[in-house]
Design a protein around this ligand. Structure first.
Ligand SMILES: *Cc1c(COP(=O)(O)O)cnc(C)c1O
Length: 508
């Protein structure tokens, strides 16, 4: 049976999976959601003996029902090859009584690679299936990791071009160098003078601009998105949660029937939503722990059922009574106040009511907030929100290094800190922490958490060597690459000039 997708804001815009992938965002500004979440049709006992790629097929075939087996296998085989620096693709490590799922062994050493190494294949296959004539223009806003991973995936892929916008002063030096050294005739990187939310809004605006769309069509182009709103990103992310559950069963970390809590360092809410979908498919997942850094809008939301991007919750008073400011932290990929993918959860907990969801999203756009009803709030019980400030993150990195000799990146440390704080309260047979980046990527923050005085005066290059000594993990090829690669991009623009830059790149 074919699974269709429709917008979170109206049921009438109904498309196949391949069309949803090509289009990225629904025309009404909503996100595509599957009409139902499919149930796993292979039990964990079988999945536990399968390779990552085999599990990927078992999960993805249920969501992308208009792809043939050959097409899906082709995409999976080409995505998960020796671009990854480990044969297991996603190693699981036991660290201080939790299981750390290392999702950062792909070409850009962040978890975005798990989805972005397959998205170009899913997209070009979708273009063929739908006899698309236009060249696909991928437009992406990035808080640091998506941009590089998307460019690495789409570089020199025939029939596509990609433009990435990032906050000029809001990404780590390694992240920026990774982007600015990207090769490929079809790639363009632009720093903007605003923050990530500005970049994301600018991109969304271009997607919704009818006149711009028409202009592109005349030029033989069509926009699509590699952001985590694309279901072609979301579906491949469901895979590793199912795989990890099966592997924990195989290792005897849990017994059949026992539940695994999952803790995810969260920004745009894509990764944790994938874990929620895995749970709905039947994976033995207990609580979903949503870990935020100091930009704790999601923490406040799970506490109260109110999403307020303008005001921050004062827990003692139980009121949103202070202005919320966007903060730059040591975990920049989570510095987000508008979590796009949350809309898919809101849609689900309103009882899949597109009207109610639309009303909430309109309220968010107009007033900067919305309040769930009590009945809706009760349906958030699968989730626990937690947050960790900068000091807690640094302390956790140091503590885990000292207890286990394991070095985690700043994003993973947000999750680990939160996990530790709610461990006793939540119980559960085992907890899985999604580790979203290599510590090499956030080198200076990580090492100064371990010993601020010792490392403060060292250059980045010296720090790479220190990290290698301390972690006993060899400098990843992705880092060796950027140390020698020339900078190829230097465009910076005002937030208001994003469209101009796109048109210039396309020669329109
Ligand atoms: C993108 C990213 C996150 C946040 O993931 P979301 O799916 O946006 O919630 C966390 N950590 C790292 C390293 C990332 O790159």
């Amino acid at each position: 049976m074919e699974l269709y997708y429709h917008s979170t804001r109206n049921e009438k815009e109904r498309v196949s999976a391949s069309k949803a992938i090509l289009q990225g965002l629904a025309n009404d500004g909503g996100l595509f959601v599957p009409e139902s979440i499919p149930a796993l049709d292979t039990d964990l006992d079988h999945l536990k003996d399968m390779s990552y790629k085999e599990v990927a097929y078992e999960v993805m075939k249920l969501f992308l029902t208009d792809f043939t087996k050959e097409e899906l296998m082709y995409c999976i085989e080409h995505a998960y090859d020796d671009k990854f620096d480990t044969k297991e693709l996603v190693p699981l490590k036991k660290v201080d009584n939790a299981w750390v799922l290392e999702l950062f062994h792909g070409p850009t050493i962040a978890f975005k690679d798990m989805a972005l190494s397959i998205l170009p294949y899913l997209m070009t296959t979708s273009a063929q299936k739908n006899a698309l004539k236009e060249e696909i223009i991928i437009l992406t806003a990035t808080s640091g990791d998506t941009g590089k991973a998307a460019m690495a995936g789409f570089a020199d892929v025939p029939g596509t071009r990609i433009v990435v916008f990032y906050p000029k002063n809001g990404v780590s030096p390694v992240q920026e160098k990774q982007m600015l050294t990207q090769r490929g005739k079809n790639v363009k990187v632009v720093g903007i003078t605003g923050n990530f939310d500005d970049a994301q809004s600018g991109v969304k605006q271009m997607f919704h601009d009818g006149a711009l769309k028409e202009k592109l069509r005349e030029g033989g182009f069509v926009f699509s998105s590699a952001n985590s709103i694309n279901i072609g990103r979301l579906v491949p992310q469901v895979v590793y949660y199912v795989y990890a559950c099966a592997q924990l069963l195989k290792r005897g970390a849990v017994k059949p029937g026992e539940k695994i809590n999952v803790c995810v360092p969260t920004g745009n809410f894509g990764n944790i939503l994938a874990a929620y979908y895995a749970k709905k498919m039947g994976a033995p997942i207990g609580r979903l722990i949503c870990a935020s850094n100091s930009n704790k809008v999601l923490y406040d939301f799970f506490r109260t059922g109110t999403y307020d991007k303008l005001h921050s919750l004062d827990e003692k008073a139980g009121e949103f009574n202070t202005d919320r400011h966007f903060m730059l932290t040591s975990s920049p990929s989570m510095d987000i106040l508008i979590s796009s993918n949350l809309e898919r959860l809101i849609y689900t907990i309103t009882g899949e009511d597109t009207k109610k969801n639309s009303a909430y999203m309109e309220s968010l756009a107009k007033e900067g907030k919305y309040h769930l009803s009590d009945a809706e709030k009760a349906k958030l019980a699968d989730f626990t929100g937690g947050c960790a400030g900068e000091e807690e993150v640094a302390q956790r990195i140091k503590e885990v290094f000292e207890s286990d000799g394991y070095i985690m990146d700043t994003h993973t440390a947000v999750a680990s800190s939160v996990e530790k704080k709610c461990r006793r309260e939540l119980g559960g047979a085992a907890t899985l922490i999604a580790s979203t980046a290599s510590p090499y990527k956030f080198l200076r923050s990580v090492l100064s958490a371990i010993d601020e005085k010792k490392y403060a005066s060292l250059s980045d290059e010296a720090l790479f060597n220190e990290m290698e000594k301390l972690s006993s993990v060899a400098i990843p090829p992705a880092i060796q690459d950027i140390l020698s690669a020339p900078v190829l991009h230097d465009t910076v623009c005002e937030t208001g000039d994003m469209e101009k830059e796109v048109l210039k790149f396309l020669g329109l």
